[in-house]
Design a protein around this ligand. Structure first.
Ligand code: ATP
Ligand code: MG
Length: 221
């Protein structure tokens, strides 16, 4: 088992001082290479759940295990290492660095964990149609091209798990499908697991399993 969530409960403190319970006893698990989609209304807690799995926030109660390691047993430094080396995050807003060109943007996380593989860099940039854009800057790219850069960046260090929060939320349907077709081929090649938040049933259909987050609980959809 790559990822396991046991009875996760999470509340957020609201500006008026009240607490809002967002997740109530969430249980799920993810095997290596498996892809799962997470659907649910706006405000249902999808991003909150990804933040907990990324170790960016703490659950009130319950446990998260990544590769058999329990987050609550790890120091912040150990969690940082897992996030840097074993995980990748992809967001709706691509979060590229404006002052770095495409090649440097793609290499940034792999550089941080000393895992640059030039052959794989070439493979990824060819497959994602970025070869001609390596010396361009983010502002010179379309939204679809920027998301392909974010995908290459997320894959180059060969993470075990990718957490994607509405990765096609800013793209039209045709571009979304083109980007997702290649993305799924690449994660399958690498046996990378994926947990993907999406509002689109078509995008959720790319994943092995679909979950709905409703009233703080995960239900199969
Ligand atoms: N850090 C925080 N502090 C306080 N409240 C928060 C925090 N993060 C999220 N919330 C609240 O928790 C609820 C769930 O938010 P979350 O971002 O997880 O929803 P979501 O399912 O990702 O929604 P969307 O589809 O709109 O992105 C919302 O009511 C939000 O206002
Ligand atoms: Mg969200």
């Amino acid at each position: 088992m790559l990822l396991q969530l046991e009875d996760i409960v999470k509340s957020h403190r609201q500006p008026n001082g009240e607490t809002l319970r967002v997740l109530s006893n969430v249980n799920m698990s993810l095997e290596r290479g498996e892809s799962q989609a997470l659907l649910g209304e706006s405000g249902s807690g999808k991003s909150t759940l990804l933040h907990l799995i990324a170790g960016l926030d703490h659950a009130d109660t319950g446990h998260i295990f990544f590769n058999q390691k329990r987050y609550s047993d790890l120091s912040d430094q150990q969690k940082n290492l897992i996030r840097r080396q074993e995980l990748s995050l992809i967001f709706q807003q691509y979060h590229l660095i404006a002052s770095l060109d495409v090649a440097d943007n793609i290499r940034i996380q792999a550089n941080l964990c000393n895992k640059i593989d030039e052959d794989y860099f070439t493979h990824l940039t060819k497959r994602l149609n970025l070869t001609k854009h390596l010396n361009h800057y983010p502002h010179q790219l379309s939204g679809g091209q920027q998301q392909r850069v974010a995908i290459a960046r997320a894959l180059l260090h060969r993470p075990k798990l990718i957490l994607a929060d509405e990765p096609t939320g800013n793209l039209d349907e045709t571009t979304s499908k083109l980007v997702m077709d290649t993305f799924f081929e690449l994660i399958q090649e690498n046996n990378t697991a994926l947990l993907m938040v999406t509002h689109s049933p078509a995008m959720a259909g790319y994943c092995d399993t679909q979950w709905q987050l409703h009233n703080g609980h995960l239900v199969r959809s």
